[in-house]
Design a protein around this ligand. Structure first.
Ligand code: E4P
Length: 217
């Protein structure tokens, strides 16, 4: 499973990309607002930091304007995935941009039939929002499992990008289902590295090693 980080904070992205485990980045208008930075400047900077796909979201709601926005965003760097909403105009734009060879991430997906439409429109990624479904007492991960089953019946190339991840168990469940990608907020991505038994075990090994009086280098 690929790991994307869900942020527009370039310091976080730089730090996490140094692990060599970061496969891409997703942003959205709210994350850009949170960064307090110029949209184009921040997207260019992120695209230079990671080789993988960097999602940059359109904000128009009509097809013509969304297409123009998408084309402009795609020109910012070779690794831009244009994000469009899961609406009729969004899917029309997805189809047009895909035909032009642009990567497209169809966002704000909340049902399996919406995901099916995104795949038919040729999306590179479809982003079902699991946390926002959980928030309204729906089962977000059940949606991921449904989409995985449906896509398995056909030869779609659309990748399932699990979004709105709120905790490490969402990541665990996404991997169990076989989702292609999880986009994870930085603080949750960091939690995946941690285990108290790792810390305790390392501490004991290092203490015993010091007592041997030896060195490796
Ligand atoms: C995905 O691309 C979105 O940016 C993101 O995962 C939304 O998550 P939220 O529900 O925590 O805002």
């Amino acid at each position: 499973m690929k790991f994307f980080v869900d942020t527009a904070d370039t310091a976080e992205i730089r730090d996490l990309s140094e692990t060599g485990l970061l496969d891409g980045v997703t942003t959205n208008p709210s994350l850009v607002k949170k960064s307090g930075r110029d949209f184009f400047e921040v997207i260019r900077e992120i695209a230079a930091l990671v080789p993988g796909p960097v999602s940059a979201e359109t904000v128009a709601t009509d097809h013509e304007t969304m297409l123009a926005e998408g084309r402009k965003l795609a020109k910012l760097a070779d690794n831009i995935a244009v994000k469009v909403p899961l609406t009729v105009d969004g899917l029309k734009t997805c189809k047009a941009l895909t035909a032009e060879g642009v990567m497209v991430n169809v966002t704000l997906c909340f049902s399996a039939t919406q995901a099916l439409l995104a795949a038919k429109a040729g999306a590179t990624f479809v982003s079902p929002f699991v946390g926002r479904l959980d928030d309204i007492s729906s089962d977000g991960m059940e949606l991921i499992a449904d989409i995985k089953t449906i896509f398995g019946h056909y030869d779609f190339t659309t990748e399932i990008l699990v979004a709105s991840v709120r905790h490490p168990v969402h990541v665990l469940e996404a991997a169990r289902i076989g989702a292609d990608v999880a986009t994870v907020p930085p603080q949750i991505l960091r939690k995946l590295f941690q285990h108290p038994l790792t810390d305790r075990g390392l501490e004991a090994f290092l203490r015993d090693w010091r007592e041997t009086g030896q060195s490796i280098l």
